[in-house]
Design a protein around this ligand. Structure first.
Ligand SMILES: N[C@@H](CCC(=O)N[C@@H](CS)C(=O)NCC(=O)O)C(=O)O
Length: 283
């Protein structure tokens, strides 16, 4: 069979091309324009869809001073998505309306038209993948995405020591309770070893996932472009608790003793988006 096709088809091909040449050309041309029309339709529908979404702003339920609400706020700000901040005072967290949004009675919670979501990191991932038109907060490229996920997991699992310190030394006071100094000390020791790893990593990387910058060497234009666009999801998740612990003099000193971490913090905390969020502190 293969032998036959090898012998007969070149001749048939030749016949078809000579006989149907012009028509085939037009067919190809039409097919191409059909494809173009389809692409234009898809693109404009998705633009329309996007502008529809933009005209129905996302509702974020929480408080601007809440650390976890800030994960979501920073992602919204960096993605440039219009949103409507709906304040939920602490004593309303167990209200039936809020429990319908967040059955664990915490903040933040999100409502995007008919879609509801809770848990700060899930909200951030959703905003970044659904609305970040630049595609830099949560790139699709598998290795970049995997590295972002790695750092989000590091933050959730090990940098959690920062949360434990905040509970003992900051939140307890806010609620008129005595914090456990010993627990805070132990958590600080754990935080130190986490900071060693982060500092080492940031000594070769401008952002948590930003090796391109260092590898780019002397290409200044490329570096400048990357610096402008690369604030990734993985940086955002480290920001709220770092900011909170900077309010404790000993912990500020600890952070500053890690010079690459401190350089990273200056870089990300000077962003207008973060300044805007952190200047509004109602709790
Ligand atoms: N794992 C949750 C934690 C949320 C959380 O603990 N939020 C705090 C505010 S920063 C809260 O709602 N606290 C009130 C309470 O615990 O009663 C998330 O990531 O969203």
């Amino acid at each position: 069979m293969e032998f036959v096709s090898q012998r007969r088809f070149p001749f048939l091909d030749f016949l078809i091309i000579t006989y149907f040449g012009i028509e085939a050309f037009y067919q190809k041309y039409l097919l191409l324009s059909k494809r173009m029309v389809t692409i234009i339709i898809i693109k404009s529908t998705s633009l329309l869809h996007l502008s529809y979404k933009m005209s129905h702003p996302i509702k974020l339920f929480g408080l601007r001073g809440s650390v976890f609400t800030r994960y979501a706020l920073m992602t919204l700000e960096e993605a440039g998505v219009p949103y409507d901040m709906q304040l939920v005072p602490i004593d309303q967290l167990k209200s039936p309306e809020h429990l319908a949004r967040h059955p664990f009675s915490k903040m933040p919670a999100l409502q995007d038209r008919d879609f509801q979501l809770y848990e700060s990191r899930a909200i951030s991932r959703y905003i970044a993948s659904q609305y970040d038109v630049k595609g830099t907060l949560y790139p699709n490229e598998p290795r970049q995405r995997a590295l972002i996920e790695q750092w989000i997991s590091v933050e959730q699992s090990y940098f959690r020591a920062a949360q434990e310190i905040a509970v003992e030394l900051i939140f307890s006071k806010l609620f008129g309770k005595q914090g456990d100094e010993e627990k805070a000390r132990q958590a600080t020791e754990r935080l130190k070893s986490v900071l060693e790893v982060l500092d080492q990593h940031l000594s070769t990387s401008t952002y948590f996932v930003g090796n391109q910058l260092t590898l780019a060497g002397n290409n200044e234009l490329y570096i400048a472009l990357c610096i402008m666009i690369l604030i990734l999801h993985s940086d955002i998740v480290f920001m709220p608790f770092t900011n909170l612990l900077y309010s404790l003099p000993d912990h500020a000193k600890l952070f500053n003793s890690f010079k690459h971490f401190e350089r990273w913090w200056r870089l990300v905390s000077e962003r207008p988006t973060w300044r805007n969020i952190s200047s509004q502190s109602e709790f």
